[in-house]
Design a binder for this molecule. Structure first.
Ligand SMILES: *[C@@H]1O[C@H](CO)[C@@H](O)[C@H](O)[C@H]1NC(C)=O
Ligand SMILES: *[C@@H]1O[C@H](CO)[C@@H](O)[C@H](O)[C@H]1NC(C)=O
Ligand SMILES: *[C@@H]1O[C@H](CO)[C@@H](O)[C@H](O)[C@H]1NC(C)=O
Ligand SMILES: *[C@@H]1O[C@H](CO)[C@@H](O)[C@H](O)[C@H]1NC(C)=O
Ligand SMILES: *[C@@H]1O[C@H](CO)[C@@H](O)[C@H](O)[C@H]1NC(C)=O
Ligand SMILES: *[C@@H]1O[C@H](CO)[C@@H](O)[C@H](O)[C@H]1NC(C)=O
Ligand SMILES: *[C@@H]1O[C@H](CO)[C@@H](O)[C@H](O)[C@H]1NC(C)=O
Length: 453
């Protein structure tokens, strides 16, 4: 008897002490008041059984440490209600998980929740996010705001306070404006940036080159769209997932050879031009790729079986032929290298269809009856870039008209080998350097004079 009583005593003593200790760490009065306000505005006494008569630190899905509320995890609990202005009083909060409920109304400012690390607000009915929302959230690493019917908003400067940001996701959140530069400069640990199904405009900032971002989703901008070239991608060597589909990106596909971890690349429904680079067809990591509905040129690329999931409809592009792997006509190859020096302009890709540049339909190209290119007229086409020395491979060329564009660089000396060339007009561009010495008997417009700036 005596022994077992001792045993019982020793058995329970630590538990009793522990309980006493917990009771000692009294719930912080400010936190308790803020939690009661939260419970009232969410109707959580009914949905979660958060009893007004009990201590908020005893409520389900609430975690406290030393009497301070550190986590509220009430995702997917069929809660309908609003958030109270007292929320930012919970200054010890590290996790706030409210996702997948029917919480509506304005988000209160969270200014000052300097311990907050994880914020899940996605899949609710919030309709407003204040611009100072992220002010002072210096511990924030993970933010999910997706699928809320916000009034349109731009990613605010206040987000910069979250220097340790790792994942930022705001798909379908009515975000407007441009993709801020500071995602690249302010967040050295950024891993995921997801801003799909918004109304963003502008380009991928050049500063994104060299960032360690692994997942970038900018697809399906609605109403407006993202545009410009994606050369910056070639230096984003940490990328595993790149989703840029359904935008207005243009220009050639970049060199992918440095992106050795890229698994999932979605580029369909844009305006990419130029050939599919071999750095993409030979990318070992690639398993999923979409390219349909662009204006890609050159031969239909052949991908290895490791690309299990391939979306590429040759009919939707500007390939020279429809069968994979068949090379283009040599004249097409020359014209494509010429276009390459101009950055593969959209207009050429739009007009240069099929495998016969002499079929009469190719913008700026005239041929003789033997199918040899005799005239190239690219005047006033807004062309950028430089004059390709590949022109020298069109040995029957008689007229080369490039005036009134924005060409820079020099006139390639290889052009002097064109023995049939009668007229070269490069006036009204921004060329520089020496004019190569063409044989005297040939004349060069305008009005017998070669003008260049
Ligand atoms: C919240 O904090 C503000 C300012 O710090 C204070 O005035 C207010 O009374 C607090 N609210 C509650 C419910 O504790
Ligand atoms: C939400 O809860 C329901 C039932 O309680 C469950 O079936 C569903 O998988 C949950 N959804 C998420 C996203 O957790
Ligand atoms: C986005 O915001 C604008 C202006 O605030 C609003 O008119 C529009 O309905 C919102 N769009 C969506 C999809 O919520
Ligand atoms: C960030 O996103 C990645 C990729 O979706 C995921 O694997 C990781 O768990 C997320 N990290 C956090 C802290 O949520
Ligand atoms: C990529 O990085 C290389 C070397 O660091 C640099 O020369 C080049 O300009 C960068 N390209 C882009 C598009 O950022
Ligand atoms: C030349 O560059 C400008 C500015 O980048 C661009 O808007 C224009 O479309 C380019 N022209 C062509 C023909 O690609
Ligand atoms: C071409 O250059 C001119 C003068 O340098 C400039 O005003 C114009 O905007 C440029 N056009 C394009 C399409 O880049």
């Amino acid at each position: 008897m005596e022994t077992s009583r001792h045993l019982l005593f020793f058995f329970f003593l630590p538990a009793v002490l522990a309980l006493a200790l917990i009771a000692d760490a009294e719930t912080n009065a400010g936190d308790a008041a803020a939690m009661r306000a939260l419970s009232r505005s969410l109707g959580a006494d009914r949905t979660l059984g958060w009893s007004p008569n009990s201590d908020p630190c005893d409520w389900r899905h609430v975690t406290c440490v030393d009497g301070r509320v550190t986590a509220i995890q009430i995702g997917n609990q069929s809660i309908v209600g609003t958030l109270p202005p007292e929320l930012p009083n919970l200054t010890a909060l590290t996790r706030l998980e409210l996702q997948s409920n029917g919480i509506f109304g304005e988000l209160p400012s969270l200014a000052g929740l300097s311990s907050l690390q994880t914020l899940f607000l996605h899949d609710n009915d919030f309709d407003f996010i204040p611009s100072g929302f992220f002010s002072g959230l210096t511990s924030l690493t993970t933010v999910y705001l997706d699928n809320n019917p916000f009034q349109s908003w731009e990613i605010p400067e206040s987000l910069r306070d979250a220097g340790g940001l790792v994942n930022f996701s705001a798909n379908s959140a009515n975000v407007t404006g441009s993709v801020p530069n500071f995602f690249a400069t302010a967040f050295p640990s950024l891993n995921l940036l997801a801003l799909a199904f918004n109304s963003l405009t502008g380009q991928i900032p050049a500063s994104f080159a060299g960032t360690g971002i692994r997942s970038l989703w900018l697809n399906n901008q609605m109403g407006s769209s993202l545009s410009g070239g994606i050369a910056v991608v070639q230096n984003m060597t940490g990328l595993e997932e790149l989703w840029l589909h359904s935008n207005s990106f243009n220009g050639p596909l970049p060199d992918f050879s440095g992106l050795t971890k890229l698994r999932d690349l979605q580029l369909r429904d844009n305006q990419f031009t130029g050939p599919v680079p071999s750095s993409l067809t030979s990318l070992k990591s690639l398993a999923k790729l979409t390219l349909t509905n662009n204006l890609l040129q050159g031969p239909v690329p052949v991908f290895p079986v490791s690309v299990k999931d391939l979306d590429l409809d040759p009919k939707s592009e500007s390939f020279c032929l429809q069968k994979p792997g068949i090379p283009c006509d040599p004249r097409v190859d020359v014209l494509l290298s010429i276009a390459s020096s101009f950055g593969y302009p959209l207009r050429f890709s739009d007009n240069w269809k099929g495998n016969d540049p002499c079929n009469g339909g190719w913008l700026g190209i005239t041929c003789d009856n033997d199918g040899k290119i005799t005239v190239i007229n690219f005047q006033k086409m807004g062309l950028n870039g430089s004059i390709s020395q590949e022109f020298a491979r069109l040995t029957s060329l008689q007229m080369l008209l490039l005036s009134n564009n924005n060409l820079t660089g020099t006139i390639p000396s290889a052009l002097t080998t064109l023995s049939s060339l009668k007229e070269l007009d490069v006036s009204d561009n921004s060329l520089s350097g020496k004019v190569p010495s063409f044989a005297k008997e040939r004349y060069f417009e305008n009005a017998g004079e070669l003008r260049y700036r």
